[in-house]
Design a protein around this ligand. Structure first.
Ligand code: ADP
Length: 693
């Protein structure tokens, strides 16, 4: 059975449905409107954030057309709105060269897909600008690159500040360099007349008869020496300031040879202090290394001399080991250990500071300027190494320094000094040419040469000397190095390259001889470089030894030996005690006094016993070693006759002779006794002077 719905009811239902649909449609419209509004708000929200973001933000498509930018970018390229950038390219906005550079960077990022950060240059509304730009590629859903997003930060101001700072730094450094050069020149200029005062006062002392007047002359001499020491200190400090110059002068050389030189230099001072001086060098060190020899030398010398200076009892130990090596390089550790006064923990970070001195109040006991370790630190860094110290107050210190060097694999590349030709003298007494621009220094030299009875010529410049050499022949040239016009080194080069000039022995004189200068002089063809003030005897020994050296035509017994056997016993020309040399070496009378006291009461008596024991046993090899050991100590203390007596005995035996050995041994015993007397007399007079003043 079916039921039918009355018409009016169905009409009512349809009307209801219609109204419902209408309501729903209205609601849908409202919801749509609402979501449209929300979307618009969101878009506005994000767009306004993007628009005001700091920095310069932009997007380009694959063809470098701009898709978007923020306000700052639009303002800086003078666009009315940020929308105005859409579709433009760098070529529309920037000078051609800048546009091409930016385009090239963008293309590269889109090609590789790698983000990039670069410094970019672009002309902006406010003028030329420098930007630090970070750029990343943009991808679509298919992971294809469709453009890039860039954020550029304006670093123009920082760059300008950086440049201004660099210019200010350069100005400050050049002012500092000028100051250092001025101080160095002043020290040099003061030293030249001072050298005259020192030399003249010594001459005066020799010529005066009255003991009191002699003493006054000696005091002038000693004060002059002290002033000279001060000037040397100033030079040392200014050279310490120059260590910022990053110049490495790399050469190939034998490290073991360099170490030997250093230990020879420091051993006497250690032995005189009664220290056990030990050296342990890894036998596997490479034969030749390539590095800055002068800097390595300075680093090790400063460390070793500090170890000796700050140690009173016990030992100083130098150890060099090879940590590792490759085919081309070797890494070495140098350790310099001592059982000295040590460094308190609180000072261990300060000792490398310039001018820092741990014991300034004990000035006399530990002389120094507090620049040694500063130089060491700077040089080790320049050489790419590391240095550190372990120390305990009262127990000692160990400085450890690790450095990597290139090995010299070709055995033929060792630096060779030009060997000057030793001339043959046609005169009985060699003829000298003296070159000095300082009148007093020249007069002094002339006077000493005259006293020693040598024929001589003199010149006040290298140019004048060259003129003389065109017509005159001389055997020995003694020249100041720092001459105005052509320097002593240039003069030597001129003479050595000349095919017509006679080739004399050339000895350079300088007030200050850093290792580099000495090397430059020897390279130029000088035979020796001596430091002013020079004692004429020292000068004479130098050129006489050269004139009678094995390569000269005159006969000679050998290296470091005189021409004849008779001359072996002619030691009176050498003073028993050369105070000037000793003070120059030790730079302090107080240290000299200490050393001579040790020598008088301990070293010489002990060595005498050992010498005599060896002689009784006919053990000449032990005598030779003893003579060698004593020779080094004697050099430091200015006991020159003892030095020569040791040298002749040692060298004579080394050269393989035996005839005069016993006489040389007896000569040494006599000289030791004479030396003891001379030291004793000086110590007494020193104490008297101390009491007086
Ligand atoms: P200087 O020796 O001229 O005073 P340095 O720069 O060489 O200057 O050394 C700085 C300071 O470090 C020294 O004054 C000293 O206090 C300390 N020092 C350096 N080496 C040693 C050492 N081997 N033992 C004890 N103290 C040391």
């Amino acid at each position: 059975m079916s039921t039918s719905i009355p018409d009016h009811t169905s009409n009512q239902m349809i009307a209801k449905l219609k109204s419902k649909i209408k309501r729903l449609e209205l609601e849908k419209k409202k919801a749509h409107q609402k979501s449209q509004n929300e979307l618009a708000n969101l878009k506005y929200y994000y767009e306004s954030i993007l628009a005001i973001l700091p920095g310069h933000i932009y997007c380009v498509d694959k063809h470098n057309h701009y898709l978007f930018c923020n306000n700052l970018q639009a303002q800086n390229i003078k666009l009315p709105s940020r929308e105005a950038i859409v579709g433009k390219t760098n070529d529309d906005l920037l000078p051609k060269a800048q546009a091409s550079a930016l385009n090239a960077i963008n293309i590269e990022i889109m090609r590789t897909g790698l983000p990039q950060t670069d410094e970019e240059y672009a002309d902006m509304a406010h003028g030329p600008g420098v930007f630090l730009s970070h750029k990343v590629p943009l991808y679509n859903k298919e992971n294809e690159i469709i453009g890039l997003l860039g954020v550029s930060l304006d670093i123009t101001k920082q760059k300008q500040t950086e440049q201004a700072l660099a210019i200010a730094l350069e100005k400050a450094e050049s002012a500092n360099r000028a100051k250092n050069t001025f101080i160095a020149n002043m020290s040099h200029d003061i030293r030249t007349p001072l050298t005259g005062v020192i030399g003249m006062s010594q001459l005066l002392e020799q010529q005066l008869q009255n003991e009191k007047e002699k003493q006054y002359a000696r005091w002038i001499h000693e004060s002059g020496n002290q002033l000279l020491k001060l000037l040397n200190g100033i030079l040392e400090i200014t050279s310490a300031e120059q260590v910022n110059e990053h110049t490495l002068n790399e050469t190939s050389f034998s490290l073991s040879h360099c170490l030997k030189e250093l230990t020879h230099l420091e051993r006497p001072a250690a032995l005189i202090k009664g220290l056990d001086f030990r050296v342990e060098i890894d036998p596997n060190l490479p034969e030749l290394i390539i590095t800055d020899r002068a800097k390595i030398h300075r680093v090790l010398l400063n460390l070793i001399s500090n170890a000796v200076k700050f140690t009173h009892h016990g030992f100083v130990k130098i150890k060099v080991i090879q940590d590792s090596e490759t085919q081309e390089t070797c890494t070495l550790t140098f350790s310099i250990q001592d059982s000295g006064i040590g460094i308190p923990k609180s000072l261990q970070t300060k000792i490398f500071d310039r001018f820092f001195r741990g014991n300034p109040s004990d000035k006399g006991l530990y002389p120094g300027y507090g620049v040694g370790l500063h130089i060491v630190h700077a040089y080790v860094q320049m050489l790419g190494g590391r240095i550190h110290v372990e120390s305990e107050k009262g127990k000692g210190s160990t400085f450890t320094c690790q450095l990597t060097f290139k090995k010299d694999l070709s055995s033929h590349t060792t630096m060779k000094l030009k060997q000057p030709i030793v001339p043959h003298s046609s005169h009985t007494k060699p003829r000298l040419l003296l070159i000095e621009d300082n009148l007093i220094a020249l007069k002094l030299l002339e006077h000493l040469t005259h006293l020693a009875n040598y024929p001589f010529l003199s010149a006040d410049s290298a140019e004048a000397a060259l003129k003389i050499l065109e017509t005159e022949t001389v055997d020995v040239i003694i020249t100041d190095i720092g001459l105005p016009g052509l320097s002593g080194i240039e003069l030597t080069q001129e003479i050595r390259k000349s095919k017509t000039l006679h080739q004399p022995i050339i000895i350079g004189l300088t007030a200050y001889a850093p290792e580099e200068t000495t090397h430059a002089c020897l390279h130029a063809g000088m035979h020796r470089v001596l430091t002013k003030p020079v004692d004429f005897k020292q000068l004479e020994t130098a050129f006489q030894n050269l004139l009678s050296s094995p390569s000269a035509k005159s006969p000679s017994l050998g290296y470091d030996l005189p021409a004849t056997e008779t001359a072996l016993f002619n030691l009176t020309a050498y003073p028993l005690l050369d105070l000037q040399q000793a003070i120059q070496m030790l730079s302090s009378q107080i240290i000299l006094k200490e050393m001579l006291t040790l020598m008088l009461h301990e070293q010489i008596p002990q060595d005498l016993v050992l010498l005599q024991e060896a002689f009784i046993k006919n053990n000449w090899s032990a005598i030779e070693s003893l003579a060698h050991k004593m020779k080094a100590g004697a050099l430091y203390c200015g006991t020159r006759r003892m030095h020569m007596a040791c040298q002749y005995l040692e060298r004579y035996r080394k050269a393989g002779y035996s005839k005069a050995l016993e006489a040389l041994y007896r000569q040494l015993l006599t000289v030791l006794e004479e030396t003891k007397e001379a030291i004793g007399a000086w110590l007494v007079s020193f104490e008297e002077v101390e009491e007086l003043g």
